[in-house]
Design a protein around this ligand. Sequence first.
Ligand SMILES: O=C(O)CCC(=O)C(=O)O
Ligand SMILES: [Fe+2]
Length: 196
Amino acid sequence: MTLDLFDTPILPGLHAVEDFVSETEAAALIEAIDATELEPFRFQGWLGKRLTHSFGWHYDFDTGGMGEAEPIPEWLDPLRCRAEAMAGLAEGSLVQALVIRYDIGAGIGWHRDRPHFEHVVGVSLGAPATLRFRRRIGDRFERATVPLTPRAAYHLSGAARHDWEHSITEMDAPRWSITFRSLSDKGRALIAAGNR
Ligand SMILES: O=C(O)CCC(=O)C(=O)O
Ligand SMILES: [Fe+2]
């Protein structure tokens, strides 16, 4: 199914808005991401093509642990506050920010975000992209796609966050994203127990 998510949420828990940031803000954000020390995404010894940096909390895909990362920088604060407002979350809820640059040929494979996190708010910059969703129903997949126009934002919670996987096909032009996350009860418990 392909539906217009900008009007009605087609997946429960998915909400997207266009023009979440202005063109001027987008240019400044892209510049700031490029000035960040980005590293190839690591997964169990593999190096992904997309370049990333985590602020606030860092989830290590190699060890499965959570570590404290450098605080969310000031240049992301106004965007974080706006993302919290868009998602109806209390100020300060979004404690992790992951910045990503997708160069040509980079994408992100099918996944659900780590259970340590709860709400996810993404901001899409640069080239337009398609956020794809799938959910297994018996021996087939139910699918949905969401067009991400430049400078759009999306909020994943509920079923869209927990029951559906998402992915982005390999880009043919550069794209940047900023995804903010809140901690889940599980994430908070693991941190409280010192078991990251
Ligand atoms: O680039 C995006 O908008 C999505 C990133 C994503 O799904 C993730 O980091 O978990
Ligand atoms: Fe994700």
